[in-house]
Design a protein around this ligand. Sequence first.
Ligand code: GLA
Ligand code: ZN
Length: 685
Amino acid sequence: MNKLELVKGFLHGGDYNPDQWLKRPDILEQDYQLMDQSEINTVTVGVFAWGRLEPEEGIYDFAWLDNVFDKMNRRNGHVILATPSGGRPRWMSQKYPEVNRVDSEGHRHTHGFRHNHCYSSPIYREKVHEINTRLAERYGDNPALVLWHVSNEYSGECYCPLCQIKWREWVQHKYKTLDALNDAWCLSVWSGLYSDWAELLPPSLLGDSKVHGMDLDWHRFVSDMTIDFYQHEVQPLKKLTPNIPVTTNFMAESLKEGRYTPLTGLDYGKFSKSLDIISWDSYPSWHNRYETTAETAMKTAYIHDQFWSLKQRPFLIMESTPSCVNWGQYNKAKQPGMHRLSSFQQIAHGSDSTLYFQIRQAQGNSEKYHGAVIGHDGSSNSRVFKDVQQYGRELKKISEIKGAIKHVKVAIIFDWDSNWALNRGGGFGRPTRLGIQMLQKHYANFWRKDIECDVITSNMEFSQYDLLIAPMLYLIRQDTMEKIKKFVKNGGTLVSSYFSGLVDSNDRVNLGGWPKTLQDIFGIELKELDTLLPGEHYHVSFNQKQYETTDYDQIMRANNALVLGHYTDNFYGETPAITRNQYGKGTAYYVGARLSLKFIEDFYDDIIQKLGLGNSFVKSSNPVVSVQTRYNGDYVYHFVMNFSEKKQMIEFQRPSFDMLTQREVMTSVQIDKYGVMVLKERKNN
Ligand code: GLA
Ligand code: ZN
């Protein structure tokens, strides 16, 4: 067991920046008192502290950090120690300009923003190796150290001459010959053929900006380089502190209204293999005006589940805000009860922590208005502080759940490269691809019915699932096709849709129609994929009901498949829209058109019943009350969460015990606005 696994109970705390307060010993002293009062047991330190740790090249100052470790040890607390590469010191950028990034237009950046180092620079790698080694040597054996937090929110790209060399090497290694490369990227188009490796430059608006295959490989390259840099950072940590696990904090994309999805810039599926535990920074926009609280909760749940699925083991929430963020257009505080509800939701989906950005609010500079446990008033009487305190106390009551796992029978497939390719290709409707939004629509069906759902990549194992959902899986590799085939043959149930299996792994369109393997599995042939204009709708008749189509209608022919639903208008006539095919011992469904959540819900009802996927604890689910379950030893823990502004009713099959109120709970229960229950029962009920 590593150090983190040995910790009893959940981690509660977060980013702590004493390096901003070294001239205020009174404040530093007060921090620890307030942490004790709010049941904070964990601090993440050093995330952007390189300038303090190494104020001049080769001159180190660890005294302030030693003090943090002393303080945390005295209270049996835990330290998550960051490597500081997310924000390098100014002297370094000045003395060694190569550590700074070059943008896609060729501008070399100066110092001035975090997270913007070149991942190829030998000097930056050397400096990182040195500081990481020193941190590992100094704190590796410290009892309080439980986890390495490597860098911070890796992202972005660099186009410097060093990265250009790496790019050329990467492409050359992959394709071996120019001929193979010219074919893979279809470079006969527009006279793009390479005749010398030296001609190869990264895609950019200054040059190649339309070569889809190149763009796809560039995304893969950026992921690989980021992972390579991370592995370089980790090397001294693994060598010197083998029992301290290593993570880096993953992200979600939350700036676009209504679109809350995991970050798509880096292949987290691939990246996750190099992490000991997954962690991510969760900042949903609660109380917005564009969707209901339940919709925000569903999207947040989707991301939690995707990060859970990367390892199918508990993950960490590395950052969340106790109140508001500062980077939105409008930065709303959480309403009373929402902090508790949204934090329990993290635990419900498999997190073993609730950590915040940040513990004490900065006095100045860019994040001074970002929410924090301890505000500018330094008070333990603020609403936010009390929320954190109450949650900290409640978290202690359920500490036996730490480490608990989940048993999931349904999985949705999301592949980073398929998503890159889907969004890149021209044609169809540019604003209406919405791949992840469609996955979330399928996910919503299960979330609303309290059925757990993983979000996996096609590289993961399928066999433990009863139902595999792969809508809009645009790029399907040959090996994925074979895996899918095996899954269905062996008795699995598969659902896919329009926009699946259109291109190969180089983003080249499959010739001769839909791949034969897919035709066999689904028992259909694809004809045209029709793109609809905004506001244009046609209709599908399914189970004697009419449903409206939006954005896309796939026209097809059923060969072996049974037609479950057909179009009723436009030039499609009465051609099939929804089909089912018996293949081997399994079943494959194809949904040809983009349809509403109402359709998706009706469509899955039958499948859920056939496969017995329904929640065995919930008698009648309520779409705005979410139930999520974790398992530990002989016990089962159901988190029941009301994501609505009203009291709600929910019915269970059996009485159970609420760990938060320490009361017996009957089968028919009323749950308050934003209410939470953690219901415990013995396994095998
Ligand atoms: C990110 C960063 C933090 C902080 C927060 C603010 O998650 O990792 O350093 O800037 O955003 O929300
Ligand atoms: Zn570079």
